[in-house]
Design a protein. Structure first.
Length: 100
């Protein structure tokens, strides 16, 4: 790669790399009742918080030196295989890079 970089100064501009990331899903839950200064007959306000759930989504991100080209969430239950990468590259990434 270094030899190619020296012979073609634009070589690094054409590289696209990727990484997979597990993204946790968040479910809102009630945190409790807070006093907000209303009169005693007003209904209390409820404050919500977000807590991480046990579920996670797998997201594949592809980028070059200009930024992210494609962020591709994988369907639930799908495992990452060579066929999965091939399909994403062939059907989504090549089109996205060509448009940019």
């Amino acid at each position: 790669m270094l030899t190619r970089h020296h012979s073609d100064p634009h070589f690094l501009e054409n590289l696209v790399t990727m990484d997979d990331a597990w993204i946790p899903l968040f479910n809102p839950g009630k945190k409790g009742i807070q006093y907000n200064g209303k009169n005693s007959e007003s209904p209390p306000t409820k404050k919500f918080r977000f807590g991480a759930s046990a579920e996670k989504d797998l997201d594949s991100n592809y980028w070059d030196q200009k930024g992210v080209n494609l962020s591709c969430p994988l369907p639930k239950g799908m495992t990452i295989t060579g066929e999965c990468y091939r399909d994403v590259l062939k059907n989504q990434l090549l089109r996205t890079v060509a448009e940019k």
